[in-house]
Ligand binder design. Sequence first.
Ligand code: NAD
Length: 262
Amino acid sequence: MTALPPKVALITGSTSGIGLGIAHALATEGYNIVLNGFGDPAEIEKTRSDIETRFGVKSIFIGADVTDYESVAKMIADAENKMGSVDIIVNNAGVQFVSPVDEFPLDQWLKIININLTGVFYGIRAALPGMKKRGYGRIINIASAHGLVASTGKAAYVAAKHGVVGLTKVTALENARANITCNAICPGWVLTPLVQKQIDDRAAQQGVSVQEASDTLLLEKQPNARFATPEEIGAMVCYLCSDGARNVTGTTLSIDGGWTAQ
Ligand code: NAD
């Protein structure tokens, strides 16, 4: 009997932060990895080849912009051609912009909705036909604590992330009999470039040190006063891809140090 080929996971926005942590966690479990996102080509190539050498899996990079449906559809088709399938899609690419709602720049609103919500829809829409044909799929959307509760200054982000939670439920229901699950992970604060920028902005605005800005940002929301790590988000993704999670679908999994328990 020949061994089954390893499954293939595509993670959007995996050149940095949480997405890269998820890619490493899945590679550790033996999944072949499709990386996606923006960045310096030489750095991305280093990240890609490092995954192959460290974890002994196959890895390719496809630099599609998740706001362009044609590019996303081509990314899925190219990944299926080069890797054999896309069994797992982690819709993770996301950006942030902070401003009061009545001053929110119109272009930033559209940018956040396009990347954080429409990009997730595009990934799901393009990946589902192949998953249905093969009779297996795991769709994991990286939402946020802001998919469940709100904070001031984050109108577009909170709207997009609540939208991702709704989209997750619909996708789960429509595919409940197809051996395809769809879930949303809702992290609290994770120290990545996206959050470091918010800390740096707060330090500059409030005239305090970066350390003080980081401490107060964390304490305002996260009762355990500890950042989650990309590795911890990766471990949750691995759980959702495990056989033990085959009945987990259409739900949100929080990893927020108690943020949304308040
Ligand atoms: P990050 O800035 O470190 O990484 C974002 C990634 O998305 C990068 O790889 C970037 O190249 C990619 N990206 C941006 N625009 C893209 C586009 N149009 N097409 C393709 N790729 C694009 O951010 P992060 O903190 O790792 O965030 C990852 C996800 O986790 C986001 O959806 C974010 O909303 C969510 N999240 C983050 C936190 C946190 O505290 N960091 C908390 C909850 C949820």
